[in-house]
Design a protein around this ligand. Structure first.
Ligand code: 5GP
Ligand code: MN
Ligand code: MN
Ligand code: MN
Length: 265
């Protein structure tokens, strides 16, 4: 999709160091789909807000979730917005209760996992599951919404059939949302698999057109790593789409964070 002119700076797949953040901006540093990896052959740039768009782990065991949480806590960013993805099975409580024995020999203590993530709030970690979070005033006071759901694929966590059930999740996204974080991409934006099939969610795109967030950050389709600006023709003008998938299709953590500087309101 052709990009309209860039209203603000975005950096992806770039050599560090980045230019310093200009005054009057909030710097967002986005990663996704790290799948248990916590060491990288790139630097994670400092910034005001870190975003992780899900697939923190391979199957969401307590030990993997703890290891990833320790990494998140140690990041320098004041606020770290985190959602789960389909691989973070233990975060999808109802699904895990029903299907845990398909994934794990012993049932993981999923309540403890979520408690640990919620308690990490004191380290700036903000876990969002169909929830809103307003950034501090010094970080623009941007209104953020995070949601882990995606169109069903192989009975993973937070799967829902395309259509009314997913649309109901997207209907919860407040109309005033500035920064939208979902695990999966919307239809037609950085949503193509290796076979060139677009597997983005149509209902999510429909809601993005209504809400027009300043940025929509996601991952899940690792091959779609990158960014693009929405267009008037598509009804998404004014929205920056970021596929922040850190891992490649073969689960190697090679894609550097996508960074953008949003002018303060
Ligand atoms: P993950 O298993 O980490 O959620 O996704 C890894 C890869 O699986 C993606 O990069 C993509 O190639 C594939 N994948 C994930 N979800 C879907 C889907 O809904 N449809 C198709 N065709 N492939 C998917
Ligand atoms: Mn993934
Ligand atoms: Mn708005
Ligand atoms: Mn995924």
């Amino acid at each position: 999709m052709a990009n309209s002119t860039q209203p603000f700076a975005v950096y992806a797949d770039t050599e560090l160091p980045l230019p310093p953040k200009p005054p009057g901006m909030t710097r967002f540093v986005c990663m996704s789909d790290t799948h248990n990896h916590i060491r990288y052959n790139f630097e994670i740039p400092d910034g005001d807000v870190f975003i992780h768009a899900g697939d923190l782990t391979r199957t969401g065991t307590l030990s993997d979730c703890q290891r990833t949480l320790t990494w998140l806590k140690d990041l320098p960013h004041r606020t770290k917005l985190v959602i789960a993805g389909n691989h973070d099975l233990t975060f999808d409580t109802a699904h895990y209760e029903k299907t845990w024995d398909q994934w794990h020999r012993n049932k993981e203590d999923h309540e403890r996992i979520k408690t640990l993530y919620r308690q990490a709030n004191e380290y700036g970690v903000v876990y969002l599951e169909d929830e809103e979070y307003t950034l501090p005033a010094e970080d623009g006071g941007w209104r953020c919404w995070g949601s882990p759901w995606q169109p069903e694929f192989c009975d993973w966590g937070f799967n829902l059939p395309r259509g009314p059930e997913l649309a109901a999740k997207w209907a919860q996204i407040p109309a005033h949302t500035d920064i939208l974080i979902t695990h999966g991409p919307p239809w037609s934006h950085l949503a193509r698999t290796m076979n060139d099939t677009d597997v983005g969610c149509e209902d999510l795109l429909h809601r993005v057109r209504q809400v027009r967030p300043r940025a929509h950050v996601f991952g899940h389709i690792h091959e779609g790593y990158g960014y693009e600006f929405g267009t008037a023709a598509d009804g998404t003008e004014g929205t920056l789409f970021v596929n922040a998938s850190t891992c490649t299709l073969t689960y190697k953590p090679l894609n550097p964070p996508v960074v953008f500087d949003l002018p303060l309101p």
